[in-house]
Design a protein around this ligand. Structure first.
Ligand code: TXA
Ligand code: MG
Length: 322
């Protein structure tokens, strides 16, 4: 049993776990979160591993001071400041352009990051003591209900989490409202704990709606799912032969096992560690996009554990080009 009642010592311990790259389930006013150091890509990869989601979903960065927004996002609109002043700490998540500090795995490759300041003393103290923003989805396995009690977390994730801080029942019990600001428009990505008319009233705008599938309804290109700007295909005989006149860069899982004059090569994890591979995948895709090659070939990996989510990502990225 790793459920622990919240007190000064257990929060200290949880903060230590976060700093060391572990996983902490913690209460917020909305639902329990499954947290990791939001600036440590391997720790963030553990979240995906434990959630057993078959794909990567971008995560919310939780902060404990309003000023931190300027470290991790960039925006120039007074209305965002008004929302922060009025509704933080609280159940409002803002999706804004990210800064370099935010690892690509947190945003699943997107150029935007979701950020919020939770209104819960335990959450705020944990973040403060950890001295880092905490990336956290709801603390449930993929397809399960969001947890509003520490026992729910225990039932869904059990000993996969290093510690579960038991702060009693979440007062709101419903996830945060998510809005995205893009090209002067405000989009409602997910209705939640903060009613949308309160937001609309505060900044005097109509929130544009996004369907359940997060497809944009307005012309703006809402970058919800990132796809590489360069063609990407799986690395095999056929794709190599077909493209031999092109400049190719390649991503291997454990070792370079193909003889070919690639423009550049990357290895996801020399020890075959899937967490490391997941953490490096997004970084490498971004790096290779910038390089002087016309095509990226990626070695397929076994669809087990995190490998499933990694392959899902790659299949989606390659679909456009195969
Ligand atoms: O109340 C909450 O928001 C809880 C507590 C723990 O803070 N968290 C939560 O996280 O519900 P999660 O991961 O279960 O849901 C976050 C949603 C996901 O649907 C994700 O796709 C979306 O936020 N999201 C995150 N980053 C995004 C981004 N850059 N662009 C668009 N959507 C994003
Ligand atoms: Mg969730």
């Amino acid at each position: 049993m790793n459920i622990t009642k919240v007190n000064k010592e257990t929060i200290e311990l949880a903060a230590k776990i976060i700093k060391e790259g572990g996983l902490v389930a913690f209460p917020t006013e909305t639902v329990y979160g499954l947290g990791a150091d939001g600036l440590n890509p391997i720790a963030v990869a553990k979240i995906f591993e434990v959630k057993k989601r078959p794909s990567f979903n971008p995560l919310i960065l939780h902060i404990s001071q309003k000023e931190w927004i300027n470290k991790f996002t960039s925006y120039k609109d007074e209305r965002i400041n008004r929302l922060i002043e009025k509704f933080w700490p609280g159940p409002l998540t803002l999706v804004l352009p990210k800064t370099e500090l935010v690892p690509d795995i947190v945003t699943a490759g997107n150029p935007t990051v979701a950020i919020r300041m939770p209104n819960h003393p335990t959450a705020l103290e944990l973040i403060e003591k950890s001295q880092t923003p905490i990336a956290a989805p709801s603390a449930n396995k993929f397809g399960h209900l969001s947890p509003t009690l520490a026992e729910h977390v225990e039932k869904s994730l059990g000993d996969k989490v290093d510690i579960i801080l038991d702060g009693g029942e979440c007062s709101i019990g419903l996830e945060s409202t998510i809005i995205q600001f893009e090209e002067g428009n405000f989009y409602l990505l997910r209705p939640g704990g903060l009613p949308k008319d309160e937001i609309e009233k505060e900044i005097n705008v109509k929130l544009l709606h996004i369907s359940e599938s997060h497809k944009p309804v307005a012309p703006g290109q809402l970058p919800y799912h990132y796809s590489p700007t360069k063609p990407l295909l799986f690395l095999n005989e056929k794709n190599l032969t077909k493209n031999k006149d092109k400049k190719i860069s390649a991503i291997f899982f454990k070792e370079i096992n193909v003889k070919y004059e690639f423009v550049s090569t990357k290895i996801l994890s020399t020890t075959g560690n899937l967490k490391e591979a997941a953490a490096n995948l997004f970084k490498y895709l971004h790096e290779l996009e910038k390089e002087d090659s016309e095509l990226i070939l990626v070695e397929p990996i076994k669809e087990e554990g995190l490998g499933l989510a990694i392959m899902d990502r790659l299949k989606k990225a390659s679909k456009k080009y195969s």
